[in-house]
Design a protein around this ligand. Structure first.
Ligand code: SAH
Ligand code: SF4
Ligand code: F3S
Length: 467
């Protein structure tokens, strides 16, 4: 576990971490209490899950995979309705477990908890939940948890917004050699279908110095690859007292000795600058992979979505990137069935997919989010029509993805080895293009870079051998 720069906030945390720690021996005599933590949603959520896990570890809890734990913690997502349904499903299950384990603590936090109707439902229907907090007060977790340990009340603490960025949160990383790093929080774009700006608040960039210091200490701790995270990294730095661009930030990160690979997501097409493309093309560390969400190929729908680019601008960007970085791996997100989407609109999405040669596209069925402008738009597309379109899109995306990702067959690429695959003696890792590669090797190579010949493409991964 690492405490980065020790601000007032982390000192404040520490105090409550110690207080909780001192309660546990009497509460759980002769044994170490256990916790289970589960993450839903995006990589930014995962980082917050890692922070809460690190605090639980520090308090003396032991992490387990079973829900029969002394504390069960969910970091929630609400980007689509099925994410919400999943959490309510889990709560039904936890209710019966808690009946036989009354001392068990159930904790919910994250994006879904920023929605008042969700909190209201938890208050009324799930009184056995012990603690609910949101996305803006994560640093208060030790204090909130202390209250949970010392009372029997349901504790709910949701902040509507926060102007501060809390530095110095601890993290318990999944991999010792690669990790995500937040460069900004929140979103100002208000795409008309999206709930994120309402539950994550306004866009806030971290000071470049804080990011650099964090990455330096991560590198000192064994990290070789970082993924810089933000809802729209291309607008990084605009609101800082001394504004800097994302490309300039990348330039500073590139200088960090010992860091080998830099990734970032997500890039919003409306803000993707020539400066950034140039920085990627000349960099030795920035991976040749760009996630560039399309959402729809129809300019009319893009306007309704408030994306602030059109089909031509998007295709122009794709061309520009491919000219500057010919081996780039492009990936994307697409929504099917946005209100008012006609067959013609949908065919334009298929056309852009054909032309863009994505390695992977994440496809989503439009989900109505209460409170967003799209939720009250007329002409919501009937479910059967959406499902039929979704099937067609998926088939195309998979076929094109297989073709696009097989383009490296027979070449040798540098792989960062991540883990042993399900099969003993077979390792898996990724190329800078984010393509998965399996090959025979010893587990001592995990966390190292090795050169692998990509012998056969198996659709979405390669099988190869070390050279
Ligand atoms: N900030 C990122 C996206 C974050 S959400 C960006 O702008 O690209 C991740 C993806 O979820 C989005 O790209 C979008 O494709 C999808 N998504 C968001 N809201 C959705 C909704 N209401 N229904 C279906 N998919 C949605
Ligand atoms: Fe949502 Fe749009 Fe912000 Fe992405 S840019 S998080 S899709 S509002
Ligand atoms: Fe979900 Fe929140 Fe991320 S809604 S996608 S976890 S920002």
């Amino acid at each position: 576990m690492i405490f980065l720069n020790k601000t007032n906030v982390s000192r404040f945390q520490k105090e409550y971490v110690e207080k909780c720690k001192s309660l546990l021996p009497d509460m759980y005599p002769g044994c170490r209490p256990t916790y289970r933590i589960q993450n839903e949603g995006c990589q930014m959520n995962s980082l917050q899950t890692e922070s809460i896990a690190a605090i639980m570890d520090e308090m003396g809890y032991q992490k387990i995979e079973s829900e029969e734990a002394d504390a069960v913690i969910y970091n929630t997502c609400t980007v689509r309705e099925n994410a919400n349904q999943k959490i309510f499903g889990h709560l039904g299950h936890l209710k019966s477990i808690k009946r036989s384990r009354p001392g068990m603590k159930i904790i919910l936090f994250g994006c879904m908890m920023q929605e008042p109707h969700v909190v209201e439902k938890i208050r009324k229907v799930y009184p056995f939940v012990d603690l609910v907090f949101g996305t803006h007060n994560l640093h208060k977790f030790p204090e909130l948890f202390y209250t949970v340990l010392t009372t029997n009340d349901q504790i709910i603490d949701i902040w509507q917004e926060s102007n501060e960025i809390v530095e110095g949160m601890p993290a318990s990383r999944k991999y010792p050699f690669k990790t995500g790093v937040n460069v900004m929080f929140g979103c100002n774009n208000f795409c008309s279908y999206c709930i994120v700006p309402y539950v994550r608040g306004r866009e806030k960039s971290r000071e470049p110095q804080a990011i650099i210091e964090e990455i330096k200490s991560l590198v000192a701790d064994g990290v070789k690859e970082v993924m810089l995270l933000g809802q729209n990294v291309n607008s990084y730095g605009k609101t800082l007292e001394n504004p800097i661009s994302f490309a300039q930030l990348l330039g500073q990160i590139e200088e960090i000795e010992g860091l080998k690979r830099i990734r970032f997501m997500t890039s919003h097409p409306k803000d993707l600058s020539d400066e950034l493309i140039e920085a990627m093309a000349k960099s030795k560390k920035i991976c040749h992979h760009l996630h560039l969400p399309l959402q729809s190929g129809s300019s009319r729908i893009l306007k309704e979505m408030n994306r602030r680019y059109d089909k031509e601008k998007y295709l122009g960007l794709v061309e520009k990137i491919r000219t500057a970085i010919p081996d780039i791996s492009l990936t994307t997100d697409i929504i099917v069935g946005f209100p008012g989407e006609t067959e013609e609109d949908f065919l334009e999405t298929l056309e852009v997919v054909e032309k863009s040669d994505y390695d992977t596209a994440f496809t989503f069925i439009y989900s109505k989010r209460t409170g967003t402008p799209a939720a009250s738009m007329p002409d919501q597309v009937p479910e059967d029509v959406v499902k039929e379109r979704f099937g067609r899109l998926l088939a195309l995306v998979q076929e094109n993805g297989r073709k696009a990702s097989s383009r490296f067959t027979g070449t040798v690429k540098e792989i960062l080895v991540e883990e042993e695959s399900k099969e003993k003696g077979i390792l898996t890792g990724r190329t800078e293009h984010n393509l998965l590669v399996h090959f025979p090797g010893d587990v001592s190579l995990i966390g190292k870079f090795v050169n692998v010949s990509l012998d056969t493409c198996k659709g979405f991964y390669y099988f190869g051998h070390m050279v």
